[in-house]
Design a protein around this ligand. Sequence first.
Ligand code: FAD
Length: 507
Amino acid sequence: MAEQPERTTELGTGAARAAVAFDPLARVWLTEAEVGSSRPDLAYVPRLDGSLRVDLGSLADDGDDFGHIVHHPPGSVLRTGSVDDIAAMIRFCDAHHIEVAARGQGHATFGQAQVAGGLVIETEPLSRIGPVGEREVTVGAGAVWSAVVKETLRHGLTPPVFTDYLELSVGGTLSVGGLGGQARLFGAQVDNVIALEVVTGAGEVVSCSPTRRPDLFRAVLAGLGQCAVIVSATLRLISAPATVRRYQLSYSDLETFLDDQRRLAETGPFTYVEGTAEQDENGAYTSFVIEAVAYGPPAGSTGTVPDEDVAEAEDVAEDVAEALRGLGYDGSGPIVAEALGYFDFLNRLASGVADLKNAGYWTWAHPWLNLVLPGDRAAELARTLLDGIAGQDVGPGGVVLLYPLVRRRLHTPLLRVPDDPVPSLMAVLWTLDPADPAAISARTAANRAAFETVRAAGGTQYPVGAVPMTAADWRGQYGKEWEEFAAAKRRYDPHGLLAPGQHIFTA
Ligand SMILES: Cc1cc2nc3c(=O)[nH]c(=O)nc-3n(C[C@H](O)[C@H](O)[C@H](O)COP(=O)(O)OP(=O)(O)OC[C@H]3O[C@@H](n4cnc5c(N)ncnc54)[C@H](O)[C@@H]3O)c2cc1C
């Protein structure tokens, strides 16, 4: 592991302070005032379009994330002004053995975008979107998905797959996979990328795609920031529906719920299928809800041809009735159906998130657990895990998600899912009081135990949560992909600078 610089000795408080030089011996960043007259013993920061921050506020912000569990302040923060800035600073860090992590929206939960004493590259300023093409759009890695879809919808188009929450950066979700209810039909977000522009760990700006530097393309998508920093992505677009119709189906039997999810995932009129497990008044998980969403006809667009991908979804009313007839949801409970505008559906979490922010819960700890269960063991594993957390309060806004993926739609090698036709994503999204660190530690330890249980049954973790992992665990997680991933790491990040907070190639 590269030796890390210590924090600059004299940190400002609130005011933005820019570093102009690095002292390789003392391993501190220095501002202009600290440098004084020209000194030959210092390494001067290259000319930047953005700036290199060393003020305490910037370091504290990027030494934290949505998890609020791990706190490793960097030594400096690049407020990116251009792709050239990123390339120049990675080369600079390479020369001085300073570790580097890209940061999008900082919504990782366990320090994944942090780098103790190193350089954090904030990608947020790389937020350019478009112009929107007939079937694709190129966007900056720092653009958030809400902004991307707002722009593409002006052309009647949409990316096919969305995370439940839209205020995540494109670079951030493409680094992990990007899963949502539409993955059953379209795969993950990483399966809908046409090309990438990246800066490697050697500071080289490279364009890659399935046919151009395909090894790099494969190593970056769902590659947890290990081989390169994504600076822009060309995304596949499909015709957007104007409206959707959302159904909620209640179950009291876990196996029936999972069987029906599997059925809806493999075929049928619902573009989007997710689900939740719910606690009863005794804290036991005894009820389950499928959320199934049928897309309406495409919105009027600017002369684009009809889309074969959504042709299946046109005029679906009859298909929906047929699909619902064959399901085993509780006859006693109502089927809740509602029509929504397409964007309102995608953005459905926004008002709840605003409430959580207003109530102060957004800054609570989020020791999330995200696992992918093999479909043939999903009922047994989900029951074990749910019984294990029965009676425990998942916290304000906390939720247990359980929904199907379809293996044949997932083509990105580094997005690791069990070898099963319909695995299930299970996510326990805890919100815990930060004033109780013992409870948070106990939760991450329990997450680890849950991961081991699922791994022993052939499952994987979806690496966005708070699960302590060793290098050996990662090797197991990547399985047959490990050798190619490790080779790409050696080739594109030869000095092991990038994204050490994932602990994949470092201790
Ligand atoms: C409220 C909420 C809801 C979520 N819902 C979903 C969901 O429905 N589906 C889903 O799949 N995920 C979901 N996630 C998880 C989310 O997709 C990941 O945590 C994602 O990485 C966050 O994006 P970010 O921009 O905040 O990335 P960051 O937290 O900033 O970074 C995460 C990792 O990616 C790396 N990285 C970031 N940008 C780049 C880049 N440009 N190039 C290379 N590496 C980079 C970082 O170094 C770090 O290792 C959710 C998270 C939250 C907080």
